[in-house]
Each structure stands twice: as structure tokens, then as C-alpha cells.
Design a protein around this ligand. Sequence first.
Ligand SMILES: [Zn+2]
Length: 441
Amino acid sequence: MPKVMSPCRVGVQNRNMNNIPNDVDATYEDDVQYSSSEDDSDFEDSDYDLANEDDDLFMDNVDDQVVDQGVAIGRKSFKHEDLINLVFKVGMIFESVELLRKSITEYSLKHRVDIKMPRNEKKRLRAICEKGCPWNLYASDDRRAHGMMIKTFCGEHNCHKKWVLKRCTSNWLADKYLESFRADKKMTLGNFARIVQKEWNLTPARTKLARARRIAMKKVMGDEAEQYKLLWDYVQELRRTNPGSTLYLNLNALAIVEVESLAPWKWFLETLKANLGIKNTYPWTLMTDKQKGLIPACSKVFPEAEHRFYVRHLYNNFQQHFKGENLKIQLWKCARSTTMDQWNRNMDKMRALNQKAYEWLEKMAPNTWLRAFFSTYSKCDILLNNSCEVFNNYILDAREMPILSMLEHIKGQLMSRYYNKEKDVGEVWQGPICPKIRKKV
Ligand SMILES: [Zn+2]
């Protein structure tokens, strides 16, 4: 949390802005230090509910942790002023009251003055500075000009520059940096803080920055509810542009699939089976994680197929009980054993390393994860499936997005991956046997 410094103290000491006391500099350094390692974990903060209301409208929600460092930094603080300074004049017309309001907010932040808008209606707007300061602005709807016209204006201030800028709300930040987030969806809080600091000499609290990012990302990704409304059209368009593909949309089922139980898995596998025209399940090999309901669903729908588990998933469970590099290496050696002898030797080594780990592995059905026990019908010896690992990563990236953005995101990533893979294949492969197997043979 940035420390709040008394504006009076520095206001007196720093009339000459080039004369910067050392302690102010030191505080400034502290305040803008955002460790990059912390940045991403913050994205998960559940501070979102704090911003449910439009905090522009509620003074209670105004974060008075915002410390204006501009005065303290001296010369640096106002270097953008000439470029971005908006000069209000009587007779100036704004096409909407919203635009005028935004301009006043920016003016307030740029000039570090505390402008209030006591009269803020659709057709009339009055803005004043703090008590005793002559600055004021009045604008009203002008029918001939089709917009808000400034009718009276006094641009003079006799107030002090402010440390705390009430108009720097998370909503304002979100609106101001919406396009930045669109361009860089993974912008960290640290970078966001640096940009705001550089452009405005403001150092809002991390919680406020996080809130602003959340609001902006929500807008960028599109409104969730709106996307659900478009889902039927989306599916229709996919059907139209991808003849031969099968698409199912059942909005009620979506919620059930998330729970991971037998019924939706069964439905999924039956659909897949029908889609691929599978009658005899014997020649097929399924490879899955051990999600709830998935194992019984597989044995019901694909009763004769071989069912393997990703060894990485198995290892993830294993390492929750048994940690250490040696055990990990030994587990993979076991999984890669291609003969019974080799498997026995590797399991003996495992027992020597850790009796409990050995017992844990003994309980796993060997034909689900050990090469030596795989059926020889399948000519594939993989223990992992990279496509699925990659797909899982894509889902992790996309799961915070609204439904259509999520589907498009995953689709886009898969398409690029397949395209690039195919390109690689074209360059490396010679003949029908893939390079790794060719080496083995
Ligand atoms: Zn003023």
C-alpha cells in the first residue's frame, strides 16, 4: 500500500519544485515498486465485488490511498501538460454531457485539482473547485449547437495541488486503458502501474489497479450474457461453414458436464462412438485422465477397448504423497518398462526407494499405465498425449472468458497449432513413418 503523505508538508517544502527532499524520493521509490513475480497471482484476487457499484458516484468508494507523486518528483510531473492540456473556453461545444464530464475528469487529474460536479444532469452541468477557489464551469444543452455548450467559465485556481485525486477511480482507469488491455490481454499489474505512473504521475493502490484491469478485461472479452444469446447463431454458423461436422448444443447440459459425473461422460462417449461409426470397440484405445465418472463410462460405452491413463496425471496424484526427483524418475522407468522382467526390476528399485510408494503403485491396474502390459493389438506405445496436454493449457488460458470468446480462443489456438505442426511435418517427415519411430526401427 502506498503511504499517504501529507500534502501540506510537501506543499510548504516544495514550493520550489526542483528542491526535492531525500525522504520524499525514498518514499516514491517504495511506492512504485511492484515485484513482477507477484503480478499474475493478483489477477486471481477476488476484489471484484468491491467494484460492483459505479464507484464514480460514491465518495465512500473513492480510494484515498491514491498518492500524487507528481509534485514530489518536480520537473518530470507536468511534461505532458502542453500536449494533453485541454483549455476550456466559453462557447466550447461538447457533443454529449458524457464527453464533457470525461474532459473535466481528465482536467482534474492532469491539474491535480479536486473538481466536483454538484449539478450533473443530462442537459446541465456545473463543476466547481474546492471551497474558496474561483474555478468554475457551467454548461448546458444548446439546441442550435446540438450539444453541451460552456456558458460560463473561470479558469483560475488559488487552491493547492492535490495529493489525493478522487476522480482517479477504477472505472476511470478501466475506461482510459481499455484499448491497452485489448492490445495486451496479459498486461501485468506492474506494467499497468508503470504506464499510469508515466502518463499521469499517479500511483493508485494495487487493489484499484486490479479492479480496473478486471473491469477492462470484462469489457474486452465481451459481455457474458450477450454471448450466450448468440450461442445458437454461432452453432448455426459453424454448421454452415463446416459441412460434415457434428455439433451439439444443449445449454442445460453444459452445467452438468462441469460437474463431471457419469451421465455426461456417457453421453459424450456415445456421441463420439456414433460419430466415428464405431461398432466394434476392440481395436480402439482410449487414453484419459481419471475424472470422476469417466472410468465407468468408458467401460460401459467402449467395453472391449484398451483404456490407458496419462502417466503424467498418474504422476500428479503420486507426487501428492511421494515427493522427490528419484521417485519421479523411477515411476517413469516403471511406466516405460517394455517387458515383465524390466517391470519387476524397476518395481524392486521403487520398493528400495520407498516402500509406501511401491505399495501405492502396486494398486494401479498395470494394463492402464505400463508398456509391458499394453495389448499388442495397438501399435502405439505412448504414455502421454501431447495434444491433450496442450489443449488443457488452452482451456486454462480461456476459462475466464465469456463463452464465445472462449470457444473462439480455443479454436484459434488449435488451428494455429495444427497448421504449424503440419508445416513441420511437411519439412521433416519422409515417407509414412514418423521420424522418432524411424529412429527406433
Ligand atoms: Zn481550484
